[in-house]
Design a protein around this ligand. Structure first.
Ligand code: KG4
Ligand code: ZN
Length: 339
């Protein structure tokens, strides 16, 4: 069996994980989030420099947690894209250096495939067929997934504008909550009334694409409301906005399961950490007799374990390693796990 070292640097988290045969041996995470907070979003150059500084210590921390040494590593996987170019390059360069030094095969992988693979660390292999809802800061998609590494992944729908996480981040800003907006809104919503304001449920009309997602109109609706109601309670706005997002995401994900005749829904990505989305998905899946799989919260947001997990699936599937001269790809749709 092969121990896979996974490296993730697509945004502001330097993540390192070690996975062997579907088991997470250990992982570590360094974040430059605090350095971006005063800018209200991730600054690519700051993120890249932070990755550079955090890389070696984070690899060592993960090895220590796993109780192994670098010499035990048999393969290296790294996020090749999508993500911030400056940030991706640091991870790819580091992964190449480790692979070369260890004489180990190297796999450049798709970040979103990693998000989906994170769930297998907690709940074991995916069933033969599943619908995967990916909700992150940059992506919102419903996918038809089989084995994740061999059969091509099909897109059932993708957001036509903002990603769900982007909407959380922008709405948080509108109501004066700190970056990153997702966790702030989740927290503030606990003291709010989700029925206080009836925000629109985008693309849910009879003539709309049944699986379509759009979040920019919802963000604008919140902006208009806040403009018209300067004294609105931030917790009520947060809870009502969160309810609209959770309602739309879960209704469409269940619709996709019905359409595809699939009885497993997997919800992954940073926004899958949201407490209301997790609860509503569970409630609706229970009612529909669909099995819901959501990774534990710490594996929902970006981490290295998920990249090691998808690398481990590729290794066990006998995938051909990536050439040592491959480059990071900042924009790339998810079709296959390996880039
Ligand atoms: O997957 P991720 O860590 O990075 C990307 O690949 O984009 O997702 C980050 C996104 C951010 O927009 C963040 O606000 C959102 O996930 N997020 C949440 C929560 N935790 C993180 N959104 C809603 N509720 C949360 N609890
Ligand atoms: Zn992500």
């Amino acid at each position: 069996m092969t121990i896979v070292l996974g490296i993730e640097t697509s945004c502001d988290e330097t993540g390192v994980g070690l996975v062997e045969d579907g088991v997470l041996l250990g992982d570590a995470l360094a974040s430059s989030m605090a350095e971006h907070a005063r800018f209200g979003g991730v600054v690519p150059e700051i993120a890249a420099r932070a990755h550079l500084e955090a890389m070696t210590p984070t690899v060592h921390a993960a090895l220590e947690r796993a109780g192994i040494t670098l010499a035990d590593v048999g393969a290296v996987a790294v996020t090749a894209g999508p993500g911030l170019a400056t940030a991706l390059h640091v991870g790819v360069a580091a992964a190449k250096a480790y692979a070369l030094a260890l004489e180990a095969p190297l796999y450049g992988v798709h970040h979103l495939a990693g998000h989906a693979a994170a769930d297998t660390l907690e709940h074991g292999p995916l069933p033969e067929r599943s619908v995967v809802l990916i909700v992150s800061g940059g992506h919102t998609s419903l996918l038809g997934v089989r084995d994740l590494v061999r059969t091509p992944i099909t897109h059932l729908s993708d957001t036509v504008d903002d990603a769900a996480g982007e909407a959380f981040d922008k709405v948080a800003r509108l109501i004066g909550l700190p970056y990153p907006g997702g966790p702030s809104i989740d927290q503030a919503a606990r003291d709010g009334d989700p029925a206080a304001i009836r925000f629109p449920r985008p693309l849910t009309g009879p003539h709309d694409p049944p699986l379509g997602f759009s979040f920019s109109g919802l963000k604008t609706a919140v902006a208009r409301y806040v403009e018209g109601h300067p004294d609105a309670s931030a917790p009520d706005v947060a809870a009502s906005f969160q309810e609209a997002v959770a309602d739309v995401l879960t209704a469409k994900a269940l619709r996709a399961c019905r359409d595809e005749h699939v009885d497993t829904l997997v919800v992954v990505g940073g926004v899958a950490a949201n407490s209301r989305i997790r609860a509503l998905a569970q409630q609706r899946c229970d009612a529909a007799g669909i099995e819901l799989r959501v990774p534990p919260m710490r594996l929902c947001t970006d981490n290295g374990a998920m990249i090691a997990a998808i690398g481990d699936l590729l290794v066990r599937d006998g995938a051909k390693p990536s050439p040592l001269d491959f480059s990071a790809v900042p924009t790339v749709e998810l079709r296959s796990a390996q880039l």
